[in-house]
Ligand binder design. Structure first.
Ligand SMILES: NC(=O)c1ccc[n+]([C@@H]2O[C@H](COP(=O)([O-])OP(=O)(O)OC[C@H]3O[C@@H](n4cnc5c(N)ncnc54)[C@H](OP(=O)(O)O)[C@@H]3O)[C@@H](O)[C@H]2O)c1
Length: 430
């Protein structure tokens, strides 16, 4: 049954995602009404440049006064799709103060200020939904918050940035260097004019903070996430990975550590075996592996960005928030009761692939092996090749603390017989 008074929605931002949310709200208005139990009416659309063409949106709905729109008193749900920290944060808080629930895709804001936003929602008995903030269209946060609420999640491992996956995939498939692959990503619209947030891992780190917080019922801030980007990855690194049956991916990894008494969250490039399901994630797709005690291994895969796919996740949240408005119920709250400490990167246990340029003479391999042993790092495999007095030594270690692995590499650099450390990369997914 559809009730008489429509629910009023304020849309903040009408760009790549917002314009598609507005379009789909109109195109599917009858279905949404049937699913929610009330019609949903677009009450206003706040933008920065009001004179731009806005598709089928009635011009009288478009405003530059976002604050006036969210505080006018009759808005049921505010959809924030401006992005960035301000004015999004002020507007979301104003929405809660005015009694509205909020749907947002703003990972940067949630990773930095999630706790304060959740508290503001709690105070006003309002909903805060943010499915689209991680992995675009892929249903991931709701399964973690709701479907797995009775299980214990041990690990979340995933490709959560489409731009960097596209670049690494191109480097892998065509042998291109980083710069060439980035140029292609930019030309095809997969990378922004300033790609820093993507290629330096900031975007993935914000998503890792959100994922770790939900998975481990613990507050994980952006600063807690160790972050490395892909700008230093070379065609030689990709070829080296290929030689040992691996590929290179930018991974977000959140895990329980220290017998489950602490957690870690990190984003960095890593080699994974070609047989691993994440190795087959091509182009700009996203995929996330979740390992839970009872459920086992689950994989979520799909488009991690784009206006239309991301709008799907936003609309799913809109339906949930509207249903709660009608029934007087509330969606899941922030769950941070476990309050596990977040351990630094040095305590993460991982494996290294180290490629060294060394002098080609007897005893060098033994000398290097002693450096690994001195730091308590045991060697899994060694490959040596050389000619004309120069040699390459490629070592893959067993699992050890990241701090010990890092110290080993620094000590190797200081050996007279080591001309240089050509590359180091962590090895995951085995
Ligand atoms: N794009 C994706 O594929 C994707 C995927 C997942 C999540 N997200 C997230 O979704 C959010 C929106 O991303 P987007 O790509 O749609 O951004 P976008 O294309 O840059 O759109 C931003 C919109 O916000 C408006 N805006 C900017 N400053 C404003 C202000 N001060 N007051 C009112 N309106 C303002 C802009 O107005 P004008 O139109 O007048 O410039 C524009 O309509 C971000 O949090 C982003 O991280 C995006």
């Amino acid at each position: 049954m559809v009730r008489t008074r429509p629910l009023k929605v304020a849309l903040l931002g009408c760009g790549v995602v917002g314009s598609q949310v507005a379009r789909l709200m109109t195109a599917h208005a009858d279905d949404l009404a049937a699913r929610i139990g009330a019609r949903v009416e677009l009450a206003g659309v706040a933008v920065r440049r009001p004179d731009r063409a806005r598709g089928d949106i009635a011009p009288e709905l478009v405003t530059t006064d976002a604050e006036g729109l969210v505080t006018r008193g009759d808005i049921d749900v505010v959809i924030e799709l401006i992005g960035g920290i301000e004015p999004a944060r002020t507007l979301i808080n104003a929405a809660f103060e005015s009694g509205a629930s909020v749907v947002t895709a703003n990972k940067a804001l949630l990773a930095g200020d999630g706790t304060a936003l959740h508290a503001a929602a709690e105070k006003q008995a309002a909903d805060l939904y943010f499915e689209a903030s991680v992995a675009g269209a892929i249903p991931l946060l709701r399964p973690l918050r709701e479907s797995l609420a009775g299980d214990r999640v041990d690990r979340v491992l995933g490709i959560v940035n489409g731009t960097t996956n596209f670049i690494l995939d191109r480097m892998e498939s065509s042998g291109a260097g980083y710069g060439e692959a980035l140029a292609e990503a930019t030309a095809l619209g997969y990378a922004e004019a300033d790609p820093t947030a993507d290629v330096e891992g900031f975007d993935a780190a914000a998503k890792a903070a959100i994922l770790a917080g939900i998975a481990f019922h613990t507050r994980v801030r952006l600063d807690d996430v160790h972050r490395e980007g892909i700008t230093e990855i070379t065609a030689a690194d990709i070829a080296g990975a290929r030689q040992m049956g691996h590929t290179v991916k930018l991974l977000a990894i959140c895990e329980r550590a220290g017998d489950g008494r602490s957690v870690t969250a990190r984003v960095h490039p890593a080699m994974i075996p070609l047989s691993h399901p994440l190795a087959g994630v091509r182009e700009a797709y996203n995929a996330v592996f979740v390992e839970a005690e009872a459920a086992g291994r689950l994989m979520f895969y799909g488009p991690g960005a784009g206006g239309v796919p991301t709008a799907s996740a936003v609309l799913g949240d809109l339906v949930a928030a509207c249903r709660n408005k009608l029934t007087g119920g509330l969606g899941p709250r922030e769950s941070a009761y476990a309050q596990l400490p977040v351990s630094p990167m040095g305590e993460v246990v991982t494996r290294y692939h180290v490629s060294l340029d060394v002098v080609d003479k007897p005893g060098v391999l033994a000398q290097c092996a002693m450096v690994f042993a001195a730091h308590g790092v045991s060697i899994d495999t060694v490959r040596q090749s050389g000619k004309d007095g120069e040699a390459k030594l490629v070592v893959v270690t067993h699992r050890a603390h990241d701090a010990a692995l890092g110290a080993t590499v620094e000590a190797l650099r200081r050996l007279d017989t080591v001309h240089g450390v050509a590359s180091t990369m962590r090895v995951e997914g085995e």
